[in-house]
Design a protein around this ligand. Sequence first.
Ligand code: 13P
Ligand code: SF4
Length: 400
Amino acid sequence: MSLGVLGPRERGQEGKRKVEGPSGARRGPAVRALPGTMPLKTASETLPPAPRPAAYQAGMEWTDAQIDAEAARLFHRIAQPARWDLATCRLIAPLCLEIGRLKAETDTIVLAHSYQTPDIVYGVADEVGDSYGLSKKAMEARQSRILFASVRFMAETAKILNPGKPVLLPRPDAGCSLADGITREDVLRLREAHPGVPVMCYVNTTAAVKAVCDVTCTSANYLEIARNLPGDEVVFVPDRFMGAHLAVALEGVKTVHIHDGECEVHARFDGATAKAWRESVALEGRRLEILAHPECDPKVLMEADFVGSTERMMEYARRLEAEGRVDVMPITECGTADRMRAEIPGLRIYGSCVQCPHMKKTGLVDILHALRDPERHEVEVAEEDLVGARRCLDNMFRYA
Ligand code: 13P
Ligand code: SF4
């Protein structure tokens, strides 16, 4: 596995400072907006309220003592007393207990992407992480069934990597703007335009697209894989921002042909706001560490101290906390900041919250439904895509 990518600042390069990034301090001092910039709201001002599941207790028989104990566990694990108070935790506790019971009864492993809400991440997930880590967990899963709390392309990837096991997707309608941004026919056209050039697809693609590509990558290994591919050209689909980052990193080594897809969440961040945050925090005599996801505009990445997948951002933030560099702004979907709050409590987290409408479709109730009615939630991959998509994913593990 590759290490996270250091941003231009950490590499000592002085690029143009144009980034954006929303943010807000978790527990830090007030941060002032700079004249002429958009108002900087703190995280507590921009975070959405905790999801409140509708009462769904039919068939559940949990005692008050069991519910109280589970609520207390959730309260401490989520570690956001303002948004996830004890009353809210008490509301979701029976669902977590019931899901836990069904998981054990049906020998199901629950994988959850970092962008899932804290009730899922700390209430019912067995494994939490980025696309790369969770793909490996899915491939190696020994349980009889996999439930993937995330979006369709991730559940499809799990099915391709572990085809003998049922893979459940709690919200079959949970898509992704990147995966929707390219078709199999688009890839075939690119192949025609660039004959003999390897085609690398981001994991955020359908099985049908993977089946006609040569190698898959994730945000944890796209640079490493592109470098390791033979030849001096590569076609990269579908993310134009990650492709642009790749083109800069491989300048003089490889020509990168890019498609025009984008993540609707990361496309919302811009350079100017991140710069404003850094300057505002500097006015308080502190240094803001900016961590950005590679699905962001390269202008955002120019401002970053570190660029990497959601899990790499977590690892980097842990190191920052250990070194006492606690003012941190993660520029990615707000689930990662939720994880930082729970798992790295010494940080002061800045940034406004941008939610992925697809990732956030899934709630605890959907997970319960999927466990109770698995047939309706099982992910299928067309027979004709299975072999090609598997080859494409196997190549990822080979080149990473
Ligand atoms: P990673 O967790 O792999 O960085 O992916 C981010 C993402 O946007 C997934 O949809
Ligand atoms: Fe797709 Fe972006 Fe949502 Fe990830 S955050 S699932 S890339 S839309």
